[in-house]
Design a protein around this ligand. Structure first.
Ligand code: PEP
Ligand code: MG
Length: 588
């Protein structure tokens, strides 16, 4: 060791568990989009800035070409075309000359000028009738962003890992999480974010350990330097920077224990999910792609309660065509046969922007044009999905649900779209199967007005992640609001109870597909409230099944009734923890 090298000191950061599992290894930093716009220059600097702009555009074009070659060599010829097109855009005189004009006439700096030019081209493309060209608008914005980053000396957004590493960052947008090179991601450790943010949800789906809300992590790593090793425990939420021998010994032991636990989980997959006194609960999986089906089936999932289709729309330049969606939905339905697969229509907006669907900038995207609200301007997106669903229903059991329903009017929108899509399939002479229609209950108003539209549906599913966010006014991605995050909050229990009663009155099925369903203690409360169907990340199925099998319905009902009148989530949780402990002791 040279005298200039620092010896990293062992530091423990306490974060929030995001996804279970442990990992040990080097770290790589994800840098979010932090390009500052609106910088000014002097007239005398204009030509130099134009020269910098041209050089940056060429550098971006060259690296896009390189990426295209790599992707092609990896066997993904179609995806390679996206990056080849990006290279052509970076060299497009229309884009670069417009930016140069902004520099010379308005005396703005290169990053501001290229962003203005990219936005203008994107707006033009977005206004065209041709869907393919409209889809290109976001690519132009992406290329503009990369040129601006190059000019600002910032790395491109995204994560490229030369070696297996722990991805560290302030936060990870869902699009980046979904496109991580999974085989090289050992774990995710984030300074901000929360367990119900999509970074955590995806990490759980992919089996990547994650810790979120790790305040102080980035500063501590800046002190330790890039070579320092990390130990990330996604179950406890602990991150150890520069672990010592005792930490490493603990890691090795825990790893062995985890492997044993996984073997037990697989052995128990066929046990019935019913309380000790015989009340059956259907346990289903939440998935983001058909590729997750085998793992979910192996852990005993009896169908899919939530297929988050928006993840099919990422990692590409245009929306997936109907045939491709048909294949994705039908292959999931076949994998889970004879159980149903519930396809959730596109939920974009909020924290899930889609690069090629440029939505207008909103001050409050979670309260904006998100999910089904997009149907007013882009019915084509939902009609394509619905047509694919009706066609997939000839190959397996398909249910379709709409996200972000506020009231009867939104439910009527779903039914109208579904009817139109079905007629279009039939008009083309294609076979259409039977599809159950339902909605997600994730806005309080949708539950409070249940009686006005439940009779028109076959099922409903409560999305507790958003229901908590919209009931308690807690941004689901904000780590500073952890104290409000427990979905066992009595306000949520009251809403769940109300929905259960309304669904029973109309004779329709109700399930839960938010993260609450995968928390064994919360699952007990839900069963006590009358819920008989729970859908969760597949990895949560074994623990929830064990908790349910230990309990008895009367004790769960009694505790749930008390929970409705409790004054805090902590009180409810403490009560159910006692119920669970006693039940587990009685069960063995
Ligand atoms: C929810 O809000 O609980 C839900 C299941 O949907 P998402 O997490 O995708 O918003
Ligand atoms: Mg939701």
């Amino acid at each position: 060791m040279t005298t200039t090298e620092r010896v990293p000191t062992r530091t423990v950061i306490a974060g929030t568990p995001g996804a279970p599992g442990i990992a040990r290894g080097p770290w790589a930093r994800f840098e979010g989009s932090i390009v500052k716009l609106g910088g000014r220059i002097l007239a005398a600097q204009a030509e130099l800035e134009v020269a910098r702009l041209n050089a940056a555009a060429e550098a971006v074009a060259a690296s896009a070409e390189l990426l295209a070659d790599q992707v092609r060599l990896d066997g993904h010829a179609d995806e390679a075309e996206i990056f080849a097109a990006h290279a052509a855009m970076a060299r497009d005189p229309e884009l670069v000359d417009t930016a140069a004009r902004h520099i010379r006439t308005e005396l703005v700096d290169g990053p501001a000028a290229i962003s203005m030019a990219a936005r203008a081209v994107a707006e033009l493309l977005g206004s065209l009738g041709d869907e393919l060209l409209r889809g290109r608008a976001t690519d132009v914005l992406d290329v503009g962003d990369r040129i601006a980053r190059e000019l600002s000396g910032l790395a491109a957004a995204g994560v490229s890992l030369a070696a297996p590493s722990i991805v560290v960052g302030d936060d990870l947008p869902p699009s980046v999480t979904a496109t991580l090179p999974r085989e090289r991601v050992l774990a995710i450790a984030l300074e901000r974010s929360s367990p119900t943010a999509h970074a955590s949800i995806l990490a759980r789906a992919y089996g990547i350990p994650a810790v979120v809300g790790a305040t102080g992590l980035l500063a501590a790593l800046a002190d330790g330097g890039p070579a320092v090793e990390l130990l990330v425990d996604g179950a406890s939420g602990q991150i150890v920077i520069a672990p010592d021998d005792a930490d490493v010994a603990r890691f090795i032991e825990q790893n062995a224990n985890n492997e044993q636990a996984q073997a037990r989980d697989r052995d128990e997959a066929n046990l019935a999910a019913e309380t000790r006194d015989g009340t059956a609960v259907a346990l289903l999986a939440n998935i983001g792609s058909p590729a997750e089906a085998p793992a979910a089936v192996a852990l005993g999932a009896r169908g899919v309660g939530l297929f988050r289709t928006e993840f099919l729309f990422l990692e590409r330049a245009d929306p997936p065509p109907e045939e491709e969606q048909l294949e994705a939905y039908a292959s999931a339905a076949e994998a889970f046969s004879p159980h149903p697969v519930t396809i959730r229509l596109l939920d974009v907006g909020g924290d899930k922007p889609i690069p090629y669907l440029p939505l207008p900038q909103e001050d409050n995207p979670f309260l904006g044009v998100r999910a089904l609200r997009l149907a007013e301007t882009r019915p084509d997106l939902f009609l394509t999905q619905l047509r694919a669903c009706y066609r997939a229903a000839t190959r397996g059991r398909i249910k379709v649900m709409a996200p972000m329903i506020a009231d009867a009017g939104d439910a009527a929108t779903l039914r109208a779209l579904a009817q139109q899509a079905r007629s279009e399939v039939v008009a083309k002479g294609q076979a259409a199967g039977e599809v159950d229609l339902g909605v997600m209950l994730e806005i309080p108003s949708a539950i409070l007005t249940a009686e006005t539209y439940f009779g028109d549906l076959q099922f409903v599913s409560i999305g507790t992640n958003d229901l908590l966010q919209y009931t308690l006014a807690v941004d689901r991605g904000n780590a500073a609001l952890e104290r409000y995050r427990d979905s066992l909050h009595p306000a949520l229990l009251v809403l769940v109870k109300r929905a259960v009663e309304a669904a029973a009155a109309f004779g329709i099925e109700l399930s839960i597909c938010g993260e609450m369903a995968g928390d064994p203690i919360a699952a007990l409360a839900l069963v006590g409230l009358g819920v008989r169907s729970l859908s969760m990340t597949a990895g949560s199925l074994p623990a929830v099944r064990r908790a349910i099998r230990a309990g008895t319905l009367p004790e769960l009902e009694e505790a749930a009734n008390d929970g409705l009148r409790a004054s805090s989530a902590a009180e409810v949780r403490a009560r159910f923890e006692v119920v669970d402990r006693l039940a587990q002791a009685n069960a063995v």
